[in-house]
Write a protein that binds this ligand. Sequence first.
Ligand code: CDP
Length: 218
Amino acid sequence: MSALRDGALVIAIDGPAASGKGTLAKRLAAHFGLPHLDTGLLYRAVALALVDAGTDLGDERAAAEAAAALSAEGLADPRLRERAMGEAASRVSSVPQVRAALLSWQQRFAGGPEGAVLDGRDIGTVVCPGARVKLFITAAPEERARRRHRELVGRGETVSLDAILEDIRARDERDSSRAAAPLRAAPDAVQLDTTELDAEAAFAEALAIVTRLSGARR
Ligand code: CDP
């Protein structure tokens, strides 16, 4: 673990599906001894609450109520990682009242005394615009599809690589074009393309960027 100077360190990590942001966020959090929040899980949990209640995913009022009622315990459900939940989360996440209900949750998490690492789509732009470090992680859609395919097959799901590539393209389009907090890099984010990088190399690059921007020692 490394030493931090100047108080709390908030690291905001954004990027499209399966870009490697979650793995990076986890490793950076462990390295700096900071709490980590995968904010995608919040949207997945809202979607799962609707599915479990048999409610249509297009029911915006029910989605907003589910977001307001979200609890930390709900975030441990292994079903949240399933392919269908990624799609469902992307649908409920375009509802402004859902985003508003989850905003204070995320900002409370980020406001702890040591700081935090958060990954998602709008952390650097909306949730933590004042974060000391902002990373925007990208990778080519084909490479992201390969990674997500490996992950889902490893978890026992049966799905083709082509279907995953289609999911990823559709999700990129939906997440980037929605009116409420669309996926985009903050003007002061450092972009990191991980297409040619394995997890180790991506971590080394990200760590170098964080160290440079935060004044933390490695
Ligand atoms: O792991 P993956 O990148 O596939 O997805 P995720 O981070 O779990 O997010 C699932 C969906 O939730 C995304 O496609 C977004 O639509 C939405 N999301 C969001 O709108 N804002 C965030 N901060 C995080 C996720």
